[in-house]
Design a protein around this ligand. Structure first.
Ligand code: XBP
Ligand code: MG
Length: 232
């Protein structure tokens, strides 16, 4: 029996990823680094999940000669990026993707439990929730985020953590994901996956998802079923 829905955050709840990119670039500028991540480069870098891991990968690839010094600066860069991202998301303010609020409301009304399994840093999710849900109306029963899991997606750790906190069997849940790495993570945690590509994951394969849709749909704005989702 279906008992819970577990949502990814970046790209699934909202189109946050370009704000992350802009926040990284502003942090680089404020810290005197002449780095600039274009949308094209960022799409490549997104293959590495987690902002801290992404920074380390970029340093490794592009600045190997200064690797030691730059690696030591990574926490400072990422902390500033998180602060700037928080400001950008509120300035927008960034809305949820179509269908997300409706689905969350209907699931709660039907007695389902709601969880989050995300690579993103917890304050990023808290801000997104604060600007999109009334104060005191916490939509999620369980949140597993960021460094709470030892290994980031595509490892199954963060979905396993969410499933454990919900106290369900994985087959009693459905995971919602926008990325190939996220789908892999949820599948390896034993969850059925519904995929909905986001702006930065248009080229991602959705193998393993039981269904794939252009978005979660609103009345009068029907979603499209996408090809490429194959139940394993
Ligand atoms: C997507 C990510 C995140 C964000 C950045 O996460 O990889 O790392 O790009 O967030 P998900 P941080 O789709 O699992 O929500 O910089 O806070 O890591
Ligand atoms: Mg995502």
């Amino acid at each position: 029996m279906l008992k819970a829905l577990i949502f990814d955050v970046d790209g699934t709840l909202a189109e946050t990823e370009d704000l992350h990119r802009q926040a990284f670039n502003r942090a680089f500028g404020q810290l005197g680094l002449d780095w600039h991540w274009t949308p094209e480069l960022y799409a490549e870098l997104l293959k590495v999940m987690g902002g801290k891991e992404r920074l380390l990968h970029y340093i490794d690839q592009e600045h190997p000669a200064e690797k030691r010094a730059l690696t030591a600066r990574m926490p400072e860069i990422h902390d500033l990026k998180t602060r700037i991202y928080g400001e950008l998301i509120e300035t927008g303010p960034l809305a949820l993707r179509p269908g997300v609020a409706r689905l969350i409301g209907e699931a709660r009304a039907a007695g389902l439990r709601l969880g989050v399994a995300t690579t993103t840093t917890r304050p990023n999710l808290d801000r997104l929730v604060a600007i999109n849900f009334p104060k005191g109306d916490e939509p999620f029963d369980v949140i597993a985020a960021g460094d709470e899991a030892a290994r980031k997606k595509p490892a199954p750790d963060i979905f396993e953590l969410a499933v454990g906190r919900l106290g369900i069997d994985p087959l009693e849940g459905i995971a919602f994901e926008d990325s190939a790495a996220g789908i892999r993570s949820a599948l390896d945690a034993g969850l059925p996956v519904l995929a909905t590509r986001s702006r930065y994951t248009q080229s991602h394969r959705l193998d393993g998802a039981f269904s794939a849709v252009s978005d979660l749909g609103e009345p009068g704005r029907p979603h499209r079923h996408l090809s490429g989702a194959v139940w394993p």
